[in-house]
Design a protein around this ligand. Structure first.
Ligand code: SD4
Length: 330
């Protein structure tokens, strides 16, 4: 290489290092951590928290009955939305600070199509509305009244806001102090994010929640936001997040994880990098939890949380198993 070319290359390298392009390439070599529970292979369903077990069952059943990955993604979380005892998904969820349950959900498929609904009231299955938005409208997101009207249009009945006895009790208790404070690992059953790969490796994902308990009326978290609560890229992989949505929104953590895998990271390293970015941007990370799951095109997976307590269910190779995720800071 002549001197002029050498200098030019050096300058380019320095510039790229500044933008992070070279450091990503460098990291590619370093980062090869594998989740100890990860084996390649599909079909698979992976989902967040304890309720991932029944969700995975329902999703897997859909696949076995000849359903598509999207069918499985919808059916899996539908099951959890239907559980009136679940206090963080569906109409049994804890309400906002006005005592109203508002729901968010999204779904995404292998073609990069996506559907999402936010701030929906009285609709038992927002995931079904999100799917209809994806498949039957030219849009990606519908919010509030518009999403509720559309739900009716596709035949879903709107119910009156009625808190479950448990939610009502918790809300009344909250009203005494009216303190808005995120709680780490809300009783181990939080938002459900679910990723599917069918027997041919076709991916889909879904995410549904009643959001943070006692949030401001109108607040929307990460769960229905494509790239935040969920992201799928059939060429690379998929990711989904749970936890304090504001921090996931600020970093688009699911998209970050998929982009890390695009740069050669294992799913485990991709999850750890997404969490690391959240930690870096939030001095108060000790006060909140975020958990993330990712899969790549081989069916390998990663999982990581900020704190101890995040767990996930994996249905693969004939077993549906609950695993504790590794984490940054106990
Ligand atoms: C949200 N990520 O609305 C969701 C809900 C959740 O802990 O996971 N809460 O922020």
């Amino acid at each position: 290489m002549n001197r002029k070319r050498f200098i030019k290359t050096g300058v380019l390298a320095a510039t790229l290092a500044g933008t992070g392009t070279l450091s990503a390439a460098h990291d590619k070599k370093k980062k090869q951590k594998v989740n100890p529970n990860s084996k390649p292979g599909f079909p698979l369903v992976i989902s967040t928290w304890n309720h991932g077990i029944p969700a995975n069952e329902a999703a897997f059943q859909a696949l076995q009955q000849g359903g598509s990955a999207v069918d499985a993604a919808e059916k899996g979380v539908w099951q959890i939305e239907a559980d009136a005892k679940n206090t963080s998904v569906g109409l049994g969820g804890f309400p906002d600070r006005e005592g109203i349950v508002t729901l968010d959900a999204c779904i995404m498929d292998h073609l990069g199509r996506a559907g999402s609904v936010c701030f929906v009231q009285g609709i038992a299955h927002p995931i079904t509305v999100a799917r209809a938005v994806m498949e039957k409208t030219p849009h990606v997101m519908l919010v509030g009244k518009g999403a509720e009207l559309y739900a009716e249009e596709i035949g879903l009945k709107q119910e009156k806001n009625k808190l479950s006895p448990e939610a009502e009790k918790a809300w009344k208790e909250w009203l005494k102090e009216k303190q808005y404070k995120p709680i780490i690992n809300i009783e181990n059953h939080d938002t459900i994010g679910l990723l599917v790969m069918d027997k041919n490796g076709i991916m889909a994902g879904s995410c549904t929640t009643s959001g943070l308990a006692f949030k401001m009326h109108g607040r929307v978290g990460d769960s229905p936001i494509i790239g935040a609560g969920l992201f799928i890229d059939q060429e690379i992989g998929a990711a989904t997040c749970t936890g304090l949505g504001e921090t996931v929104l600020r970093t688009l953590a699911s998209h970050v994880a998929v982009e890390c895998m695009r740069n050669g990271y294992t799913p485990q390293d991709a999850c750890e990098e997404a969490i690391r970015r959240i930690i870096k941007k939030h001095e108060n990370y000790k006060d909140f939890q975020v958990g993330i799951l990712a899969v790549n095109t081989k069916g390998e997976h990663g999982a990581y949380g900020i704190h101890k307590g995040f767990n996930y269910a994996l249905h693969q190779h004939g077993k549906n198993t609950l695993f504790d995720s590794s984490y940054y800071n106990g």
